[in-house]
Design a protein around this ligand. Structure first.
Ligand SMILES: Cc1cc2nc3c(=O)[nH]c(=O)nc-3n(C[C@H](O)[C@H](O)[C@H](O)COP(=O)(O)O)c2cc1C
Length: 578
């Protein structure tokens, strides 16, 4: 890749090239830093990549934001008569892109907008007059453009882009990945021939945008893996053709690396207009650079069970909120309630938010946390409206300060343990290193179906195929501990959050099966359709051991429900709890 192309004083342009049959890339380029957000701070410029497929039907994928509206539309108009454009596919929508869309729709009044349901709702609220022109799609929906170009859509929501949508074209085997597999760098090279030279930019882009949402990125990777893509066409940077498998592997590794950090921080926020979200991103960057795993929770998306899980598991928590009508949004009030109700007030906390004139939400969160005896890891951050680059640097520094304070607190606590306590704790930690497959065991008592979440299960015999499972009395033991009792072992799939329906803290109602697709096994117990595989089992022996029953059961039959994907695994910090 030519370094001579990094010329900051070149003016913005739109680069055009064919990247597949009937498929053009239109790269709106800037050689300078595009915006003040942290993700652009390496100052290598960036490209906003749009794609045009012209088969029997014509589709434009991802028009750029308003920084490029004029030059982009001029280039586009040279490629086709805009009144013949059939569809515009949107990987996500934001205020920036809406500006380009407005002009585009006035020039192409016949066009249909295709996007995820979340994006459709946002667009319909902002532009009620477009209602009839917006078509929401879900995973597994397809669009036939003719000449072999069958588009498949994949819904990939993340805290940062709740409306994320990727698109796969079966004719060219190009996967349009929007915010995945991008990099902020501007060059003449369209492809990634010299991909090793891109490593630093790719990693920085991942750390800024995806590291705080590693869990959701892994789920997205699972969904994308089922397509036999030959190229990734991202929203920014070069098209990925030569390093596709390496880059995919890197994403997996980087996600794993995040999750395996010793200390983790829950970053809970909401943001109606995007300002608080930008602050969150900068704080996350400061934490990540200092070796902390950040779990971002966009409270507008997450349910109570998810927030409870993250709050309980984290070592520190940071809450960010805008002030709207003198209050924090309801979702933040709910999250704050969960934090205050959770046991450990020894965790380090932090507060931030964007406001207009009074900022009550920030004061409220700060005072509630202080009243509950939480210590603060940085001075509360209050920002009027949009942050400046200086403010974002302060947020990044605050994230770094929080990380240092968290490490100190942890060290202090550890060193206070007397030797014997430390030994007990070490033993618990050691036991906790035993891991098991995450499963839901289903049983039934007449018409009353029950399910329990467990990872205390393993294969016990080859012949006959048999399993061993440990359960407590309160885990419906009476329905599955006698010889002849039947149950189904549903083996869960990594990245698919089925466990939340069965966790102890689930707020999803009494009946976990109400919202889950199921079918009935031959032995009368329920199979979860979203499981990776299931086994129908009959109990042969049981042993009462300590606080559990050890059950040996023979596998009567079973099936793999999905060929792709991995078994979900339960990692634990201590052997004294699940
Ligand atoms: C409908 C509405 C109500 C608002 N009410 C308040 C308020 O009561 N107090 C205040 O300080 N700012 C108020 N603001 C300003 C927002 O807090 C400010 O725009 C902030 O940047 C929004 O953050 P966000 O982009 O993360 O949603 C209000 C803004 C809107 C649009």
């Amino acid at each position: 890749m030519s370094t001579a192309t990094l010329t900051p004083n070149r003016s913005r342009d739109v680069q055009l090239a064919e990247i597949g049959t009937n498929t053009l890339i239109l790269r709106s380029r800037t050689w300078e830093r595009l915006k003040f957000e942290v993700e652009y701070s390496r100052q290598k410029g960036t490209t906003a990549n749009s794609y045009l497929i012209q088969a029997d039907k014509k589709v434009l994928i991802d028009p750029p934001g308003e920084s490029f509206t004029e030059i982009f539309l001029a280039q586009l108009a040279q490629q086709l008569d805009l009144t013949t454009l059939d569809y515009i596919v949107l990987g996500h929508v934001n205020p920036n892109r809406r500006a380009t869309l407005k002009v585009l729709l006035s020039l192409a009044p016949q066009v249909t907008l295709i996007c995820s349901r979340a994006a459709a709702n946002a667009l319909k609220t902002a532009f009620p007059e477009w209602e009839s022109r917006i078509q929401a799609v879900r995973s597994e929906d397809t669009l036939d453009l003719g000449q072999g170009h069958l588009l498949s859509f994949i819904s990939v929501p993340t805290p940062h882009w709740v409306d994320g949508l990727c698109t796969y074209d079966s004719a060219t085997k190009i996967l349009y990945t929007d915010k995945f597999f991008g990099a902020h760098i501007c060059e003449d090279a369209l492809f990634d021939e010299d991909w090793k030279a891109l490593d630093a930019e790719r990693r920085y882009y991942f750390d800024c945008l995806h590291a705080p949402q590693a869990k959701q990125v892994e789920t997205a990777l699972d969904k994308l893996a089922i397509f036999a893509a030959k190229s990734y066409a991202p929203a920014h940077g070069p098209v990925v053709r030569y390093s596709l498998s390496r880059f995919t592997y890197d994403y997996r590794q980087w996600c794993q690396g995040q999750k395996s950090q010793e200390l983790s921080v829950a970053l809970l926020y909401a943001s109606a207009y995007g300002n608080t979200a930008i602050l969150a991103q900068a704080i996350a960057q400061g934490l990540i650079e200092n070796g902390i795993n950040v779990e971002s929770i966009n409270c507008e998306l997450a349910d109570a069970a998810e927030i409870t899980r993250v709050v309980e598991a984290c070592d520190g928590l940071i809450i960010g909120s805008p002030t709207l009508g003198g209050h924090a949004p309801t979702q933040i009030q709910t999250a704050l309630g969960i934090v205050l109700a959770s046991g450990a007030k020894t965790k380090l906390a932090g507060v931030f938010g964007s406001y207009g004139w009074s900022g009550e939400a920030i004061d409220l969160i700060e005072s509630k946390l202080k009243d509950a005896n939480y210590g603060l890891g940085f001075e509360t951050i209050r920002v009027r409206f949009s942050p400046t680059p200086y403010v974002l640097q302060q947020c990044q520094d605050a994230g770094a300060t929080f990380a240092q304070n968290l490490k100190k607190t942890k060290k202090l606590r550890t060193s206070r343990l007397v030797a014997t306590e430390a030994q007990v704790d070490r033993t618990e930690q050691a036991v906790g290193r035993i891991i098991g497959s995450l499963c839901v065991v289903t049983t039934h008592d007449g018409d009353n179906h029950k399910g329990i979440l467990t990872s205390w299960v393993s294969q016990a015999t080859f012949n006959p195929p048999g399993i061993m499972i440990a359960i407590a009395q309160e885990q419906n033991a009476d329905l599955m501990r006698h010889p002849g009792d039947k149950f189904v072992l549903n083996i869960l799939k990594e990245g698919r959050n089925v466990r939340r329906y069965f966790s102890r803290h689930s707020s999803l109602g009494e009946n976990p099966f109400a919202n889950l697709p199921t079918q009935t096994a031959e032995n009368g117990c329920l199979i979860l359709n979203e499981a990776l595989a299931y086994l129908e089992c009959t109990v042969q022996n049981q042993l009462e051991c300590g606080d559990r029953y050890l059950i040996y059961a023979v596998v009567n039959s079973g099936e793999v429900l999905e060929n792709d994907g991995f078994t979900a695994i339960q990692h634990r910090k201590s052997g004294s709890q699940y």
